[in-house]
Design a protein around this ligand. Structure first.
Ligand code: ATP
Ligand code: MG
Length: 131
């Protein structure tokens, strides 16, 4: 996902350029907005964390781009491309170091396992929206 802060700040095109140049293929993509309810379900895994309410508010604050990306070793390579959760700690040249504002408004979301990538892809896309 390209998160609301990245879209609002006009970074969506530049971030997508980084992703494509890193060798990811777009299988599906849409421009949409999460309601608080939907954002809460997407991040339900973090329900008990202290930042959950703020995370849900942040993720529903504006439109996002959701995408399914494909590549060998995609989960690990994408996380290396985006950098650490906190942009202040993200390595130079990573998407979060270049484009993120704060630990909560951190520009992009990446799945943390193949299983969660499947689950999250199914959250946004039907089989007819994948190419
Ligand atoms: P994501 O799952 O969005 O790709 P991540 O895997 O790097 O990020 P997680 O630990 O899964 O980090 O946290 C999910 C999201 O919750 C983060 O991307 C960030 O927006 C928010 N978040 C995480 N830790 C904090 C924190 N300490 N304070 C505020 N927000 C946080
Ligand atoms: Mg995560």
């Amino acid at each position: 996902m390209l998160k609301p802060d990245a879209v609002q700040n006009g970074h969506a095109g530049a971030i997508l350029d980084h992703i494509l140049k890193a060798g990811f293929r777009v299988v599906a993509m849409k421009y949409t907005r999460l309601s608080e309810d939907t954002a809460g379900k997407f991040y339900a895994i973090h329900r008990e964390r202290p930042f959950y309410g703020e995370l849900v508010r942040c993720m529903s604050s504006g439109p996002i781009y959701a995408a399914i990306l494909e590549k060998e070793n995609a989960v690990e390579d994408f996380r290396n491309l985006i950098g650490a959760t906190d942009p202040a700690k993200a390595a130079p040249g990573t998407i979060r170091q270049l484009f993120a504002k704060s630990i909560e408004a951190n520009a992009v979301h990446g799945s943390d396992s193949d299983d969660n990538a499947d689950r999250e892809g199914n959250f946004f896309f039907s089989e007819f929206e994948r190419f």
